[in-house]
Design a protein around this ligand. Structure first.
Ligand code: NAI
Ligand code: MG
Length: 487
C-alpha cells in the first residue's frame, strides 16, 4: 500500500508557461490535512500579477504556439497519454487528494481517480470528432460552419473533488483546442499541481495549461474579470457564482456555472426499501456530504416513514468515521474549519427550528474536522435546513403522502441540480423524471456518473452542461461561412 512517504509533495509552485515558478509577490500559503489539522506543505500564493502572466502565456500559446497547428488526432493522443500517466500514478494521486481534502482513501481510489481517468479517455476520443456542418441555405450559396476553440479559458474549481473537478474542466477544453488558466481551490491545491506535471510529461506544449494557486477574491477574481480571458468555467458555491457572473460581464466573456443544490431524494412505499436506504446513505454521506448534488432533502412516503428512518439511522450510526487513510473508513473529515463550523451551525439551526435530531449532530473525536452522520426527521420543507445548502453529512427527512405533493415540494427550491426517485412503478418513475426540475434525475440509484453523460443545473444551480458531448458546446464557437457560388 502506498504511504505518505511515497507521495511526492513538493513545494507548491505556480505552473506558468511550462515553468514552475514562485508567485510574483513571493507570498505562499499553507494547505492543511483536515483530518489532522496539520500543515502538509506550503503553496505559492498567486494573485492578479500571476494571473496576468498566466493569461499572457495562455494567449501566446493559443495564438502562436504549436497547440494551434497540431492535428486534432494528436491532440487526442496527448489526452490519452495524460489518462495513461494518471493511471500509472493513481495510488499517489488518490492519496494526495485524501491528505489534502480529508476524504476516504477508498473513495479517492475507487471513485475519484477512475472517473478522472475516464474523463481524459472520453475526451481523448472526441478531439478528432469535433467538426462543423454544411447547411442547405436559400440562394446560390455554399454555407458551412466551423467549430473552433473559444480561446483562453479560465477555470475555477472547488475543493470537494479536487482532481475530478480539474479533469471535468481541463479534458474537454483541451480536446477542443483551447488554452487554460486553472485556479484550484485554496484548500486543496496539491493534486492539480501534480496533474500539471503529468500534462507536461504527456507532451502538452508550454502555456497550454497554466495553474495558478491562490485565494478566490484575489487570484480567482482576477481571472474572472480578466479582459483577455474568453470564457470562464466555475464550479463552487452559488454566492461566488453570482460574483463571477458579474466579474465576467466586464468583457462579456462566456460563462458556465455549476453551483450548489438541495436535491430531493424521493422514496415511495413501493420501492425496494433496502436499496433505497442504501441510496439515501450514499446520497448524503458520500464524500462527507460535500457534494453539490447531495440528496439532502429526503422525502419519505408516510406509510414507510418509521421503518425507513429506523433503518437509515442504524446504518448512519454505525458508519466508520475516522482516519481517511484507513481503507475501511467510510466517512472522513470535512475539508476545513470553515465548513466544519458552518455545518455545526446548521445542526444548531435545525434543532432551533424544531426538527427532530435522530442521530449524530455533533463532532466526532477531538482532533480533525470530523462530524457524525446526522439525520433530522420531522423536517418541514420551509425550514432553513431544508432550504439552504449545508454541504455536510446532514440530511433532512420530510414525510409526504401524495405524488403531486412530493413533486411540488421537491421543486420548491431555488436549486435544481439533481433529484432521485425510488419506486418499482415505471409510470411514476418516468412521470417524476419529466416533472422534477433538475439537471440529473436518478431512478433507483444515486450518484451515478459517467464522462459521457451531461451534468449541470436548473435554476440557481447554474447553467451549461459539463461532460458528454454537451461540454463541447462550452468550449467551442460556431462560425458560419458563406461562399457565393453565383455570378
Ligand atoms: P467557493 O465557491 O467560494 O469556492 C470555490 C472556488 O471559487 C475556489 O477555487 C475559490 O478560491 C474560488 N473563489 C472564491 N471566491 C471567488 C471570487 N470572488 N472570484 C473568483 N473565484 C472565487 O466555495 P467555499 O467558500 O469554499 O464554500 C462555501 C460554500 O459553497 C460551501 O459551504 C458549499 O455550500 C458551496 N460549495 C459548493 C460546491 C459545489 O460543488 N457546488 C463546491 C464548493 C463549495
Ligand atoms: Mg488541504
Amino acid at each position: 500500500m502506498m504511504t505518505k512517504k511515497d507521495v511526492k509533495i513538493k513545494p507548491g509552485k505556480l505552473f506558468i508557461n511550462g515553468r514552475w515558478v514562485d508567485s510574483v509577490s513571493g507570498k505562499a500559503f499553507d494547505t492543511l490535512n483536515p483530518a489532522t489539522e496539520k500543515v502538509i506543505t506550503s503553496v505559492a500564493e498567486g494573485d492578479s500579477a500571476d494571473i496576468d502572466l498566466a493569461v499572457a502565456a495562455a494567449r501566446e500559446a493559443f495564438e502562436n504556439g504549436p497547440w494551434k497547428k497540431i492535428d486534432a488526432r494528436d491532440r487526442g493522443r496527448i489526452l490519452l497519454e495524460i489518462a495513461n500517466l494518471i493511471e500509472k500514478n493513481k495510488d499517489e494521486l488518490a492519496l494526495l487528494d485524501t491528505l489534502d481534502n480529508g476524504k476516504p482513501i477508498n473513495e479517492t481510489t475507487n471513485a475519484d481517480i477512475p472517473l478522472v481517468i475516464d474523463c481524459f479517455l472520453y475526451y481523448a476520443g472526441w478531439a478528432d470528432k469535433i467538426h462543423g456542418e454544411t447547411i442547405p441555405v436559400r440562394g446560390d450559396f455554399f454555407n458551412y460552419t466551423l467549430r473552433e476553440p473559444v480561446g483562453v479559458v479560465g477555470q475555477i474549481i472547488p475543493w470537494n473533488f479536487p482532481l475530478l473537478m480539474a479533469a471535468w474542466k481541463i479534458a474537454p477544453a483541451l480536446a477542443c483546442g483551447n488554452t487554460i488558466v486553472l485556479k484550484p481551490a485554496e484548500q486543496t491545491p496539491l493534486s492539480a499541481l501534480r496533474l500539471g506535471e503529468i500534462c507536461q510529461e504527456a507532451g502538452l506544449p508550454d502555456g497550454v495549461l497554466n495553474i495558478v494557486t491562490g485565494y478566490g477574491p484575489t487570484a480567482g477574481a482576477a481571472l474572472a474579470e480578466h479582459m483577455d480571458v474568453d470564457k470562464i468555467a466555475f464550479t463552487g458555491g452559488s454566492a461566488t457564482g453570482r460574483i463571477i457572473m458579474q466579474a465576467a460581464s466586464k468583457n462579456l466573456k462566456r460563462i458556465s456555472l455549476e453551483l450548489g443544490g438541495k436535491s430531493p431524494n424521493i422514496v415511495f412505499a413501493d420501492s425496494d426499501i433496502d436499496s433505497a436506504v442504501a441510496g439515501a446513505m450514499t446520497g448524503i454521506f458520500f464524500n462527507q456530504g460535500e457534494v453539490c448534488c447531495a440528496g439532502s432533502r429526503l422525502f419519505i412516503e408516510k406509510s414507510i416513514h418509521e421503518e425507513f428512518v429506523e433503518k437509515l439511522s442504524n446504518k448512519a450510526a454505525n458508519m466508520r468515521v475516522g482516519n481517511p487513510e484507513d481503507t475501511g473508513t467510510q466517512m472522513g473529515a470535512q475539508v476545513s474549519k470553515e465548513q466544519f463550523d458552518k455545518i455545526l451551525g446548521y445542526i444548531e439551526t435545525g434543532k432551533q427550528e424544531g426538527a427532530k435530531l435522530v442521530t449524530g449532530g455533533e463532532r466526532c473525536g477531538e482532533r480533525g474536522y470530523f462530524i457524525k452522520p446526522t439525520i433530522f426527521d420531522a423536517v418541514d420543507n420551509n425550514m432553513r435546513i431544508a432550504k439552504e445548502e449545508i454541504f455536510g453529512p446532514v440530511v433532512s427527512a420530510i414525510t409526504f403522502e401524495d405524488v403531486d405533493e412530493v413533486v411540488r415540494q421537491g421543486n420548491l427550491s431555488v436549486y435544481g441540480l439533481a433529484a432521485a426517485v425510488w419506486t418499482k412503478d415505471i409510470k411514476k418513475a418516468h412521470r417524476l423524471a419529466r416533472d422534477l426540475k433538475a439537471g440529473t434525475i436518478w431512478i433507483n440509484t444515486y450518484n451515478a456518473f459517467d464522462a459521457a453523460s451531461p451534468f449541470g443545473g436548473f435554476k440557481q444551480s447554474g447553467f451549461g452542461r459539463e461532460l458528454g458531448v454537451h461540454a463541447l458546446e462550452l468550449y467551442t464557437h460556431v462560425k458560419s461561412v458563406w461562399i457565393n457560388l453565383g455570378g
